[in-house]
Design a protein around this ligand. Structure first.
Ligand code: SF4
Length: 471
């Protein structure tokens, strides 16, 4: 069977909110289009670019900042390093002049068109770049943002992206379990062996700690930022008030002293529950504010895994860098299997493909981290997804705010419950395997009405018009 190699750094990518498929993916597509212009020595000859957004990218592109993302990409800005506080001013200037500095080299005219009634056949998230250059040269490329910040170019040879040979090729959870049983390795050890095919172990560990550092900074920033989220829905940020209430006047001045203050509060069930919600709210409020986040596996679901990892660190004695690394490795493998066997794109599968997958990833990682066997970890992943099956994507106003932000709190809590259920159970008696639930999720995705796949034309999006203070 052909094998798609997906690294932990494909699943966890540093970027800018609010959406991996509608912001990060289109941003990367714009950067790839610049690469094409550079390869053909056309950057200096280009005088105008038109960007066409199709399908879901048109329908929810405004709320998800797709136009902003492609403009920033065409400017040559890197989503990993761009100063996020500079984006609003820069984009305002571009939009008022209809001009930008292509790859920060040359001023050109630019236009972004939302093709509300057109969808390209390969994927609902399609976008095309058309460049007009001197000497009547025109060049165009079409890309698809297929979820989690992954981008494919029309006509691209897929085998080029999967050419690496992994010691333990994995498409399904059965494959993963096979390698674990055959080698006696844990899930995270199998994943690390595969990661060694890309880079040495030290680099992988350093990269994963950078991912965790970015998640922590996002969480801490979100807990200390108040006000209303942008976009016109008038959603009030809640992590700020919740953090203040829970911390109960203890003093702290940075992430580490904040962490100690949280631990000092004890381990009452409601206290822990509130904190898990607070961590998830904080990250997704930052995401909705065009802040720096990590796809996990997407931006809309970025809060679930960090919230569960933070729970593990603070309330389960997991405060150790190696444990963080192992947690992220295991989570990423489960996400990869979902991507290979189904989808992590809400435009293809609804919210079950985003929050459901992130919850499943977190459940497996937490279970293994708490001493569960490989089979219990996969059982936890199955339980978490089983109870997200059929969940639709219906973001009000096309913004990644309602129901998205709260959904992350639910995804995190379900992951913890799924983990506990698996730890207290024998996988011998489980009636549903992870592979079977992934197949069910994919079948459900295919049956789901298109209006529940990130179009903002169904569900809550239909009943709560943008601009009213109903939330
Ligand atoms: S409803 Fe779910 S899938 Fe849709 S944008 Fe919100 S978080 Fe993403």
């Amino acid at each position: 069977m052909p094998h798609e190699a997906i690294s932990v750094f494909d699943m966890f990518k540093i970027g800018v909110g609010p959406s991996s498929s509608h912001t990060l993916g289109p941003w990367r597509a714009a950067l790839r289009f610049i690469d094409t212009l550079n390869e053909r020595n056309l950057t200096q000859q280009t005088f105008s670019i038109t960007v066409l957004l199709y399908g879901s990218l048109a329908k929810t592109g405004k709320g998800h900042g797709t136009d902003i993302a492609v403009l920033m990409g065409l400017c040559g800005e890197d989503p990993v390093t761009v100063d996020v506080s500079s984006i609003a001013g820069k984009v305002q200037h571009i939009q008022s002049e209809n001009k930008l500095k292509l790859n920060n080299e040359k001023w050109i005219d630019v236009e972004v068109e939302f093709m509300y009634d057109e969808t390209l056949p390969f994927h609902p998230n399609g976008l095309s770049f058309l460049a007009n250059c001197e000497n009547d040269i025109q060049i165009s490329e079409t890309f698809y943002s297929i979820g989690g910040g992954f981008v494919v170019k029309e006509g691209e040879d897929k085998s080029k992206t999967s050419s690496i040979d992994l010691p333990f090729p994995i498409n399904t959870s059965e494959d993963l379990l096979h390698w674990c049983m055959k080698t006696g390795l844990s899930i995270n050890e199998v994943v690390m062996e595969n990661e060694n095919a890309w880079r040495n172990e030290t680099e992988t560990k350093t990269g994963l700690l950078t991912i965790w550092q970015t998640m922590k900074e996002c969480m801490y920033r979100g807990c200390h930022s108040k006000g209303e989220l942008p976009g016109g829905l008038h959603v009030r940020r809640r992590a700020f008030d919740l953090n203040k209430k829970l911390i109960n006047q203890q003093s702290y001045n940075d992430y580490n002293s904040w962490k100690d203050a949280i631990k000092n509060g004890g381990n009452n069930f409601k206290y822990i529950l509130d904190w898990v919600s607070c961590f998830a709210l904080a990250i997704n409020e930052e995401n909705a504010s065009f802040g720096r986040v990590v796809t996990a596996p997407t931006n809309g679901a970025a809060g679930v895994i960090p919230a569960v990892l933070q729970y593990f660190i603070l309330f389960c004695d997991g405060d150790d860098e190696d444990k963080v690394i192992r947690f992220l490795l295991t989570a990423s493998e489960v996400g990869s299997i979902f991507k290979k066997e189904a989808t992590i794109s809400a435009a293809m599968g609804g919210c079950q493909a985003e929050i459901g997958v992130s919850s499943s990833m977190a459940a497996a990682a937490l279970t293994e981290s708490l001493g569960g066997t490989q089979r219990q970890a996969l059982m936890a992943a199955e339980i978490a997804m089983e109870h997200h099956l059929g969940m639709t994507c219906d973001p009000i106003g096309g913004l990644v705010q309602v129901p998205c932000i709260e959904r992350n709190t639910m995804g995190a809590i379900k992951a913890i419950t799924a983990s506990q259920l698996a730890l207290q159970s024998s996988p011998d008696y489980a009636r549903v395997s992870l592979d079977k639930v992934i197949k069910t999720m994919w079948d459900t995705a295919k049956d789901m009405n298109f209006k529940y796949k990130e179009t903002a034309e169904g569900g809550l999006a239909l009943h709560i018009p943008l601009g009213l203070k109903e939330c």
